[in-house]
Design a protein around this ligand. Structure first.
Ligand code: ZN
Ligand code: ZN
Length: 211
């Protein structure tokens, strides 16, 4: 018994050591991005609690005031939060104050029927917040909101968490991959033979696996 527990402790120690090393590597290699998926999930949990607390049904909205760039490694969690918000009919408004547009927030606002806005002048941020975002959903219909610049629909691959323009999609679970794999790493489906890269036309590159 004691030999077993010593063995277990040794294994645990080894695991903790390896985990620390991996975490260090990850921190060095990645750029800083805020935990958008976590905050969206928390907001949705809070809204669900309010929904279930009584017969009164408020019309909640989520406003994301975001400055840092997108973290592609959060793609799946963020998309899940967006679809959850869509199901609960909770619009996600986004006020982006960073340098480049945020593809995640553009998609979040587009899918949930919220407003995405990147203020041209940061000095006018309060004006945008009070006129665009503070107005209720009904009044918004009468407002002439700033025109959107379009939506960046690009996704991140599940294998390397990189933003990609074209990729492969599992026809069973809709997982996205940047390269052809023999098997889906998410659901385990075995894919058919891929055509050779040279033979396939670029338009056919979006291949799906066999169910
Ligand atoms: Zn990949
Ligand atoms: Zn799959």
């Amino acid at each position: 018994m004691s030999a077993l527990s010593i063995d277990l402790l040794e294994k645990l120690e080894e695991f903790v050591g390896r985990d620390e090393k991996l975490l260090k590597k990850e921190l060095e290699g990645s750029t800083a991005s805020s935990l958008l998926s976590g905050s969206l999930s928390m907001a949705l949990c809070y809204i669900q609690r309010v929904f279930r607390s009584g017969p009164l049904h408020p019309h909640p909205r989520i406003l994301c005031l975001h400055g840092s760039q997108d973290g592609p490694e959060q793609y799946v969690a963020i998309m899940n939060a967006i679809f959850s918000a869509q199901r609960s009919m909770v619009p996600i408004d986004s006020c982006f104050i960073g340098a480049q547009n945020s593809a995640f927030l553009q998609q979040a606002s587009y899918i949930t029927g919220g407003v995405y806005l990147k203020p041209q002048l940061l000095e006018g941020t309060f004006q945008y917040l009070s006129t665009v975002f503070a107005t209720d959903l009904h009044s918004r219909g009468f407002l002439q909101l700033p025109k959107s610049v379009g939506v960046d629909f690009r996704a991140s691959c599940f294998c390397h968490k990189k933003t990609i323009d074209m990729g492969y999609i599992c026809s069973v679970c809709l997982s996205i991959f940047c390269k052809h794999h023999k098997k889906c790493s998410t659901c385990g489906s075995v894919f058919g033979q891929a055509q050779s890269e040279a033979a396939s036309e670029p338009s056919k590159k979006r291949k799906t696996g066999d169910a």
